[in-house]
Ligand binder design. Sequence first.
Ligand SMILES: Cc1cc2nc3c(=O)[nH]c(=O)nc-3n(C[C@H](O)[C@H](O)[C@H](O)COP(=O)(O)OP(=O)(O)OC[C@H]3O[C@@H](n4cnc5c(N)ncnc54)[C@H](O)[C@@H]3O)c2cc1C
Ligand code: FES
Length: 503
Amino acid sequence: MESLPGKAVSYWLDSTFKSRCDILKDGIKVDVAVLGGGIAGLNIALRLKESGLKVAVIEAREIGSGVTGHTTAHISSAHDLIYADLEKNFGKDGARIYGEANQTAIGQIAAVVKRYKIDCDFRSVSEYVYAERNNDLEILRQEFESAQRAGLPVSYQGSAPLPFPTAGAIRYSDQAEFHPQKYLLRLAEIIDREGSYVFEHSRALDVEVGEPCIVKTNKGELTAKEVVIATHFPFLDRGGFFARMTPYRSYVLGIRVKDRVAKDMFDSTERPSHYIRTQLTEKGTLTIVGGGLHVTGEFSDTDRFYRELEDYARSHFRVESIDYRWSTQDNYPFDHVPFIGRFMPNAEHLFVATGFQGWGMTTSMVGAEIISDLIRGKDNRWAGLFSPQRFKPAAEGAELVDRNVKVAKRYISDRLKKARTEKVSGLRPGEGKIIAEKGKKTAVYKDKNGKVHEISPECTHMGCLVNFNSAETSWDCPCHGSRFTVDGEVIHGPALAPLKKKV
Ligand SMILES: Cc1cc2nc3c(=O)[nH]c(=O)nc-3n(C[C@H](O)[C@H](O)[C@H](O)COP(=O)(O)OP(=O)(O)OC[C@H]3O[C@@H](n4cnc5c(N)ncnc54)[C@H](O)[C@@H]3O)c2cc1C
Ligand code: FES
């Protein structure tokens, strides 16, 4: 099979140095422990530190190594087609609060960049939500009217400034874009001083909630009055978030094109949508094109999502080269609003920010605003809409039942299904499969040099069987999106422990 085009790394990680923060030392005491060093953790930690609290960020791997280092970083209140849905699920007031919170967040990110003079290629641009086909014009028109009622800076246009024909577009002005990893690295530097800390390579394993709370990690314990879980997918199951949202992966290419692409951001009405922006690099303009969407762990032959995206790119642009490819995942709540606030009704000192549904640049800043207000005992007018304790049966109910039935069926069928009785020697280099060896299921991967990697396929979160992801060479869990390397190390939670080694 032909190899995939482009260097397999995100442009953001490829163009920045590695962060170098300390590993957690046992016995540290702070006001707030923020678990997770992505955009949510760092935006929240910075806001808390600015309000006079001592904070410690605990990151399992490296700053930005999770979803944020693989995003496309549109800083936008135009979240695909969402405002018409929000009006239906949460009324006009709900849609207005969502729009106001996200539009305010854009200004707050701009203010942070200015306050600390962060060199992160931040620029103000417009975002266009555009339709390629006339058939989508009716939903585009409805979305425009809902976004307008929500108070957003929108105008309706006959087309989007793209080098291919479009049928209509909503233009959101006062939006922005940046280099997310440059932003995160600088935030980590600003936080990690004056009695506050950023620790890397330190994985939180549990939180004992009390006064104070104890955060247990693989590198020791930390004491904090309050704890915020910003680990993308919450690793503590007691909040039940695993049953209220679905992780979806999507794919990105960094390409050089002969066309002139406007310095704006674009998001199509198709399902799944295509999203486009540009980034100035040392070698000129890189056009960043994203698309494809599937539940994490649903498919093994994931190469095809890159190939479909390449076909899309070649049919819409005059492509000179494909320089980068990367992919990542985000969590989609069933009612289309992130979960930001108290982790559980009775957990006084535990907070969470998750479920950003592909729009974490702004919603993480909304998280900073809400969580810092809750921790400081201040009222927050957005908190009700985003509260993890909300339950809207009409909005959440059907999908909640459907998804959880699918997960339960998957768990049962994993146990009943017989694995292939193939021989390991039959695997081609680069291939991964679950095969039966002496009656036991084993996840086997043969690398390009012919070395065989064998581990247990039982996800250490809740026991579903992982699936091989050919494009990313990982084992991915279809139940709640945990991901593992071919040697079983955790790449992405909620799982905390590696896949078991074969004995
Ligand atoms: C392809 C794609 C494109 C996207 N493009 C955009 C866009 O243009 N605009 C936009 O607004 N949003 C976009 N998003 C969404 C956005 O990237 C995410 O919502 C956001 O980056 C999530 O940030 P986070 O901090 O929650 O997660 P992360 O960045 O993953 O941070 C969580 C961190 O927690 C760490 N961690 C995990 N478990 C533990 C533990 N137990 N202990 C300690 N640390 C732990 C992880 O290592 C990780 O670094 C996109 C998403 C996808 C999939
Ligand atoms: S992620 Fe929950 S069972 Fe695998």
